[in-house]
Ligand binder design. Structure first.
Ligand SMILES: [Zn+2]
Length: 122
């Protein structure tokens, strides 16, 4: 496991099976800060977190952002997820390696949604 710090309280997150989060249903391992109810899953087969720990509010924003972003590459206009993220990184003026919804803050989710809602011209 890696040392993953909870961004809300500064404690070290626990490395747990996600069944403790999803009421018995396991989706692999996760990092969890129980006091903050903040967690993040790992890339499958690794102990690398998929992004930063998110609490309920941030999870909601990330979910909403994914719901608007994913169709951009799943049904076009971008054919590939990478291409859609490259476009978003340019629009947000963020380095590509930081342009992942799983890493976004609430503010960044709001900014991304605003950009996506303006529409895409490629
Ligand atoms: Zn915490």
């Amino acid at each position: 496991m890696q040392k993953v710090i909870c961004p809300y309280c500064g404690r070290v997150a626990k490395y747990v099976d996600s069944s403790v989060i999803y009421y018995g249903h396991s989706y692999g391992m996760a990092y969890l800060c129980r006091p903050c109810n903040a967690y993040v899953g790992v890339h499958s087969g690794t102990d690398r977190p998929k992004g930063s720990l998110a609490n309920a509010e941030l999870r909601g924003w990330r979910k909403a952002t994914h719901a608007r972003f994913d169709p951009l590459w799943q049904d076009g206009p971008f054919k590939k997820r990478n291409a859609a993220y490259r476009w978003l990184s340019e629009q947000m003026e963020l380095p590509i390696e930081q342009t992942h919804i799983g890493m976004f803050t609430v503010e960044q989710c709001k900014a991304a949604l605003e950009i996506i809602n303006k529409g895409v011209s490629v």
